[in-house]
Design a protein around this ligand. Sequence first.
Ligand SMILES: [Zn+2]
Length: 423
Amino acid sequence: MFDLIIKGGTQPDGTTSDIAIIGDRIAATGRIDGEAKEVIHATGDLVAPPFVDPHFHMDATLSYGIPRLNASGTLLEGIALWGELRELATVEDMVARALTYCDWAVSMGLLAIRTHVDTTPDHLRGVEAMLEVKKKVAPYIDLQLVAFPQDGLYRTKTGRENVIRALDLGVDVVGGIPHFERTMEEGNESVKDLARIAADRGLMLDLHCDETDDPMSRHVEALAAEVTRHGLGCRAAGSHLTSMHSMDNYYVSKLLPLMAESGMTAIPNPLINITLQGCHDIYPKRRGLTRVKEMQAHGITVGWGQDCVMDPWYSLGTADMLDVAFMGLHVAQMTHPDEMRRCFDMVTRDNAKIMGLDGYGLMKGDTASLVILDAGDPTEALRLRAERLCVISKGNVISHRARGDARLSLPGRPETVRRRRGA
Ligand SMILES: [Zn+2]
C-alpha cells in the first residue's frame, strides 16, 4: 500500500510515468497498479522536481519601502538603505517577513533556497533570525544560509570576525563580496582568505563576485584559481559575475577554460542584473548579464537565481522561479527550443546541483518532493509561467489550487480559455 500515487504526469524529459510515494521517498515509478491512500491524476500535466533558488536575501525580503524607497534605483543606494533597515529591524520582524515569503515560495513550488545573511552588524540579528526560520521551515523547505559580509570582509573593523562568528553559530556556506573591498588587492586577498576558510571547515563557498559593469573587475579569475587550489569544485559558486559582460573578449577566452577547469558553478540573477547594471551608461546601455551560454558551452554549471523580492534593491518579485528563468531566457537570448528547456533545467536540476541537494529528482529512492504544473512541457511552463496545481514536499501535499481557466461570454466561441497548446 502506497501513501500517494501521482498518475500519468509528463516529466520534463517528456516521459510519462506514475509516481508512487511511501513516507518521504519515491517508492516506485513507471506504470503502477498498486493501492494508495490518495491518488492525484496528472495526465497531460507537467510533473517536475521542485524549483530551487540558489541566490536570495531573506533577511531583507518584503521590506520594500521601509524606512523609505530606493529613489535612484541603484545598487549603491540599495546597500545604503539596507544599512539603515538592518539597524531598525528586530529578530521578530525578520522572522515574520521571512516566514511570509516562505509561504509564497511553497505556493510556487519553490522548496529549496540558498539565502545570503548579512553578517556586517555586530548584533548579528539577521543570523539569529534566519537560523530560527531555517529550523521552522525545515519540514518543508531546504534553507541554506550563507555568511555574507555585505559591507566587505576587510572594509569594516569586525567584517572577518563576524563571518567566523556566523559560521560558528551554524551558518552553512562561506560568502563574500570582493569587488566591494577597498582595493582590487584587498578584493583578491578576501577571495583567498574565504576559499581557505571554506576548505578548512569543509564548507561550500558562494561569493557575490564582480557585480559591477567595470570590465577590470576580475575577482572571478582569483576565485577559479582558489577553487582549483583547494579542490572545491562544484561546492564553490560565483554569484552575479556581471563584469564578464563587459570584459575584453580575448581575456574571457582565457578565463572560461580556467573556470571550467576549477569545476566552479555560476549564478546570474537576471531580474536584478537587468535593472541594476548599466545604470551609469547613456546609450547604448549594456545588458549587464554575465555570459551564460558561453559558460554552458564550456561545461560550466549555470543556474538562475532570484536574488530579491520587494526589498531595498528590487520592488517586484513573486517567489516564482519561472519568472526568473523567463527573464533570463530573454536577456541571454536563449530562444532555441533546446535553450528554453535548458532554462527550465537551470531553475530545477542545475540549481539543485549548485546547492548540493541530496535525493533531488523523480527517480525511485529520491525525496518525494515535486510540483504539478498546468502545462504540457517545460517550454509551455515558461511561456505561461504556469500555475502550480499541486506542491508536494517530503511526501506531503502542502499547496494546491484549481486551474485558472477564464470563462468567455462570446457567441460561437469556446466557453473557457486555458492558453495551453491545443486547449
Ligand atoms: Zn545577492
